[in-house]
Ligand binder design. Structure first.
Ligand SMILES: Nc1nc2c(ncn2[C@@H]2O[C@H](COP(=O)(O)OP(=O)(O)OP(=O)(O)O)[C@@H](O)[C@H]2O)c(=O)[nH]1
Ligand SMILES: [Mg+2]
Length: 562
């Protein structure tokens, strides 16, 4: 508060205030209601008025005709000074008490207290369909007992019972769609990270490595150190060698020019690799907050549960945090606000964050009801085409393969031995028809045989596979897959130019035919990535070649752990 103008009759006080009260002078002036007579001390030279601004001086301030103060005057003056000090002290105490009261009235709660502990949405009692809703009676009761931290909102309770209620606009969503949170709003909630010192744990889903990679993560986190955690490795096909997968991931990350401290392969279901992440967090945290970051549905909340579960074995703080942990579900957009968790004994908090919604993933275009179909529940098992081993009858040229209602691949020109293996959710069925009949087959069977979209009604609103991309794949080596064609938010198709079991030993491999031609159709914003093949399964471990690295490259390359 700006100090009020000091009254002229304070400064002439001949008795100095005690040192600890000098700062209170500005408050003393309010005490006098009428101007007192200025008093000149005997020792004061007459040419030097005590009240400096002439306009403030009283009629006697020019120093002429002033009588020397009598003992009575001095006594009165002293009394006035004592009284002024007493009143000033009283006023200060009064104001301090007011400030204290005001501080106490302010809600102590940060967003953590007034938000649902399951999803981070602010608690509210007005809109039943919106996130954060709890009924008014429960709210009042919990508030009265200071237990709002322990409240789970209605949506979270439904999600944890398997209901699919997305809250992020554009995905079907709950009935009162107007309360949707937008993907931009969720991103905004993370914008402060650039300015903070934090340790970032960036999560990527192994099933959708390219689609969930969140390549512009540096825009979000600035110069903060990043540990890369690859989730859901329990879903990798049987026999996969995590050493090969780890090397493949490090190579892919280096290609994307993302500088990370290390790479961890983890599963929140089987707890593979979680202990390694905990030790690295403890080593690198250095008192900072730890943020779990990633695209929607990569498994951030599940990862936090897994972290807390393991940490709870040694740490009572983490054990206490396991009681109120974030909710996980197959719906992208489960977590809607940052959730602060007391997990570390030595300071620094753990934060679950809302997933970043990427418009190029399949989850952004399918209806909420179909979202579970996109999430693999069990270990991936590649589905291979052609299925027969007779070369003549199995050549794929001129055929189209549908992957649910979400992907169509026209096989334009491949070798008789070429083989496609689909890795993705088992719920999506694969159908092959001749390309000449593909359009009519799609129209007739969409919503029924070809799902998602599920149901004829949903299929009516479906815009179709509007994006078509021509792929020309060149290959050198016939002993390994040429590439993976990854579909954002779904899975990938491994393209083997010459499948060993299909190869005809009597036919010499044609040197000239080292090209494969496909045309891939997907819904409009969905992205198609052509990448070096991921070495999955037993076969992957056989054909995978580790990159030769120089000593220097070896030093700077992040290490993988599991
Ligand atoms: N098999 C398997 N499933 C997992 C794993 N981690 C997460 N999931 C599943 O993936 C889905 C999404 O998990 P969440 O933890 O809710 O994902 P999230 O990243 O927090 O999602 P948002 O809050 O929407 O951003 C859930 O169905 C989880 O059960 C894992 O390691 N293995
Ligand atoms: Mg979450």
């Amino acid at each position: 508060m700006a100090p009020k103008i000091l009254s002229p009759f304070i400064s002439p006080l001949p008795l100095p205030l005690p040192h600890h009260l000098t700062s209170l002078r500005s408050r003393v002036f309010t005490i006098h209601k009428s101007p007192p007579r200025p008093i000149l001390c005997k020792s004061t030279p007459p040419h030097r008025p005590l009240v400096s601004p002439p306009e403030l001086a009283g009629p006697e301030s020019d120093g002429t005709g002033a009588a020397s103060p009598t003992r009575g005057d001095n006594f009165l003056l002293r009394q006035r000074s004592i009284e002024a000090t007493r009143l000033a002290m009283k006023e200060v105490k009064l104001q301090d008490a007011k400030k204290k009261k005001k501080r106490e009235k302010l809600p102590k709660a940060s967003s953590a207290v007034t938000s649902c502990y399951g999803c981070g949405a602010p608690l509210q009692t007005s809109e039943i369909d919106a996130p954060g809703y709890i009924d008014p009676d429960t709210y009042q009761l919990k508030k009265k007992h200071h237990q709002l931290r322990t409240v789970l909102c209605r949506r979270c309770r439904l999600l944890s019972h398997g209901h699919m209620i997305t809250a992020v606009g554009g995905n079907g969503g709950y009935s009162g769609g107007k309360q949707f949170v937008s993907a931009e709003e969720l991103r905004d909630k993370l914008s402060h990270l650039r300015r903070e010192k934090a340790l970032i744990i960036k999560l990527v889903d192994i099933v959708d490595f390219n689609g969930s990679f969140l390549s512009r993560v540096r825009d979000l986190v600035g110069a903060n150190p990043i540990i890369l955690v690859v989730t859901k490795v329990d879903l990798l096909p049987k026999g996969s060698d995590l050493n090969c997968i780890g090397d493949w991931i490090v190579e892919a990350t280096t290609k994307k020019k993302l500088n990370v401290l290390s790479v961890h392969l983890t599963s929140s279901k089987s707890l593979i690799g979680i202990a390694g992440v905990i030790s690295e967090i403890q080593r690198e945290k250095k008192g900072r907050d730890v943020y779990i970051l990633g695209a929607a549905n990569v498994g951030k909340s599940a990862f936090i549960s897994a972290l807390l579960r393991l940490m709870a074995e040694k740490d009572p703080i983490a054990a206490a945090a396991t009681r109120y942990k974030p909710v996980e579900s197959a719906v992208p957009g489960t977590t809607l606000g940052p959730i602060q968790i007391e997990a570390f004994p030595g300071g620094g908090k753990l934060y679950d964050t809302p997933g970043v919604h990427l418009h190029h993933r399949q989850a952004a275009i399918v209806h909420a009801e179909d979202l579970p179909a996109l999430a693999p529940q069990n270990r991936l098992r590649g589905q291979t085409f052609p299925v027969t081993s007779s070369v003549e009858s199995s050549c794929l040229n001129g055929f189209s393969v549908f992957w649910g209602g979400l992907v169509r691949i026209d096989i334009l020109k491949v070798l008789p031995e070429t083989n496609l293996t689909f890795y993705g959710p088992r719920g999506l069925q694969i159908h092959m028809v001749s390309t000449a009949k593909a359009d009519s087959f799609y129209q007739e069977n969409l919503g029924a045989l070809l799902t998602p979209p599920t149901g004829k009604d949903t299929a009516c609103d479906w815009k179709g596979l509007e994006t078509e991309r021509q792929l020309l794949i060149k290959f050198e080596d016939t002993d390994r897959p040429a590439c993976d064609v990854a579909i954002s938010g779904l899975g990938w198709i491994c393209v083997e130019p010459v499948k060993k079991s299909l190869a005809n030993p009597e036919l010499a491999f044609q040197e000239t035919a080292r090209e494969l031609h496909f045309s891939v159709h997907v819904p409009r914003p969905v992205e198609i990535f052509v990448r070096t093949p991921m070495p999955v399964g037993k076969a992957g471990a056989e054909w995978y070649q580790y990159q030769e690295l120089t000593e220097k490259e070896e030093e700077v390359r992040p290490k993988w752990n599991f």
